[in-house]
Design a protein around this ligand. Sequence first.
Ligand SMILES: Cc1cc2nc3c(=O)[nH]c(=O)nc-3n(C[C@H](O)[C@H](O)[C@H](O)COP(=O)(O)O)c2cc1C
Length: 355
Amino acid sequence: MWLRAGWDNEGMSPSVPIHQTVPAERWRLSVAPMMDWTDRHCRYFHRLLSKNALLYTEMVTTGALIHGDVPRHLQFNAQEHPVALQLGGSEPADLAHCAKLGELWGYDEINLNCGCPSERVQRGAFGACLMAEPQLVADCVKAMVDVVGVPVTVKHRIGIDKTESYDFVRDFVGAVSEAGCKVFIVHARNAWLKGLSPKENREVPPLRYELVHRLKAEFPHLTLCVNGGITTSEQVAAQLQQLDGVMIGREAYHNPWWLREWDAAFFNAEPPSVPAESVEALTREHVEEQMCDYMAAEAAAHGAPWSAIARHMLGLRHGLPGARKWRQVWSDHRLKALHPRDVMALAHGAVREAA
Ligand SMILES: Cc1cc2nc3c(=O)[nH]c(=O)nc-3n(C[C@H](O)[C@H](O)[C@H](O)COP(=O)(O)O)c2cc1C
């Protein structure tokens, strides 16, 4: 097994982990874990837009960490903090090992995926199907809490298949919280494990936010966050009247400029600095310029092509005139030999032409 330089197997099992006390504000607004989307480049981009939003990795399975390329899965940029590692698995010992690895690599939180309905994940007996086994999830959480000092959190659904009862999710949260999980992120729809694709499972089962509100009323000492179908600051504010946090998935990815509002609106903080002379369009350009520098640095350090990074910022001009032309340039692989700054100049030329 691959360990970070400087650590040996003894370092993997400290006798007494020091548990951080993290205020619930940490979870007030977060960007959801999204496979193939929230990789480290995407998270770097999002961090340019909000200093305070909590960012989640894509799900990383215990198998991938135990048998695969650990640095590829766990490397991240120090600027990404606060950043949470989401794990997929159902073996307590494997999860404990991977949670420790995540902590050693500097992640601020370890999150267990109990919400993914994909068939591949079900074959591995983890994700949403774990909701049927609260005691196993509790064992997994306990195994992780015993070895790490950072918070161990769980992301789950309100039910699986056609289970509609509140008691199901209440008993799940009750059992898992007793094992040491204090933060729950609830995707407020059921996961239908048969007959729906993962995409349909994010759209078809009805949203029932009221169940998450009931959970908070019943477990006021826990940090309860809601996820699913939230796309505006007004909706976020309304949820925050009742809950500790809101997690945003697709809207954050497709309309990242929205993140620029979050620090001021929800964390009482200044947004990341922009040049004093900025007007809105120029500020987007400033973010784009910072991404160009990042793309150039990544290419120099790791040989990463800019297109692997630029794909995450294609929503930056969402809703602005010329956005489609701008996206076309940034998606044009024939330009791959150019420096990102030159691609940016072409993209801006295309916007001017479109205007
Ligand atoms: C492309 C994509 C990949 C996803 N991958 C994960 C994942 O790895 N782990 C997870 O817990 N949820 C995953 N999700 C679900 C999201 O985290 C979130 O729960 C869901 O999109 C609902 O939130 P939204 O309506 O704000 O998008 C994924 C969603 C999308 C769109």
